[in-house]
Design a protein around this ligand. Structure first.
Ligand code: KIV
Ligand code: NA
Length: 266
């Protein structure tokens, strides 16, 4: 299959074709998603919540992200694979950020990195991009700043924060980002950002005007029951499907039904 590149997704915006993106943290899930035809796979630091059971994305380390990303890369033939740089791997100095972005590409084999923030990361983005590493930006509800925000509510409802977000988006484009995630902001603002920049916006809880959409795979598959934000559409009820399968397995063992004569060796 023809591989998706950063150029491909930029061209998709120009041609008005919507971009699809999902998260993956392991080989098996990445393989399913890639073969289903997704264009971009994000090794999100949401692995912290989904894989590790942490309450925030803050504890994630470079080592853990490289491990997840390398597992995903081995499962993918076609999709563009982007990995999150974890909290504190890119904020201290631009040099350290470049070293870590380079590790992610070299050791895990991803095609680019994503990092959160606006004007404060612009110099860092430029440095990484100049080294030949594609960067995806991330604005709005940036989960690594949760202790500064205090809540997971919609961001940039106030004019000042909205204006700043538009400026940040333009600055990130100028710094060389090939794409931008917009998380949990008003649809109207996301539409405005989308038309003010020429790189594609990929929304999560950011409305229909974004150039693409992303969801956390475990959420859209209905693997958990607890997380119910308004933006989440569930495409399967895997929690029920898996619960029933496990319960049937237990029942079959207890009743002696499993294994049957065809499921054992002479
Ligand atoms: O970590 C993640 O899954 C993300 C997406 C929700 C954009 O950053
Ligand atoms: Na993330």
């Amino acid at each position: 299959p023809k591989k998706v590149t950063t150029q491909t997704v930029v061209e998709m915006k120009e041609q008005g074709e919507k971009i699809s993106m999902l998260t993956a943290y392991d080989f098996t899930m990445a393989r399913i998603i890639d073969q289903a035809g997704i264009e971009v796979i994000l090794v999100g630091d949401s692995a912290s919540n989904v894989m590790a059971g942490h309450e925030t994305t803050v504890p994630m380390t470079m080592e853990q992200m490289i491990y997840h990303a390398s597992c995903v890369v081995r499962g993918v033939d076609k999709a563009l694979v982007i990995a999150d740089l974890p909290f504190m791997s890119y904020q201290v100095t631009a040099n350290e950020a470049l070293t870590n972005a380079g590790r992610m590409m070299k050791e895990a084999g991803v095609h680019g990195v994503k990092l959160e923030g606006g004007r404060f990361v612009v110099d860092t983005v430029e440095k990484i991009v100049n080294a030949g590493i594609p960067v995806m930006g991330h604005l709005g509800l940036t989960p690594q700043s949760i202790y500064q925000f205090g809540t997971y509510k919609v961001r940039a409802k106030e004019d000042a924060e909205a204006e700043q977000l538009v400026e940040d988006a333009k600055a990130l484009e100028e710094a060389g980002c090939f794409s931008l995630v917009l998380e949990k902001i008003p649809a109207e603002l996301a539409a405005r950002v989308t038309e003010s920049i020429s790189i594609p916006t990929i929304g999560i809880g950011a409305g229909e005007e974004c150039d693409g959409q992303v969801l956390v795979t475990h959420d859209m598959l209905g693997l958990n029951k607890e997380f119910n934000p308004r933006f989440l559409r569930r495409y399967a009820d895997m929690h029920s499907t898996m619960t029933k399968a496990v319960q049937q397995f237990i029942t079959d063992i207890k009743s002696g039904d499993f294994p049957n004569e065809n499921e054992q060796y002479d």
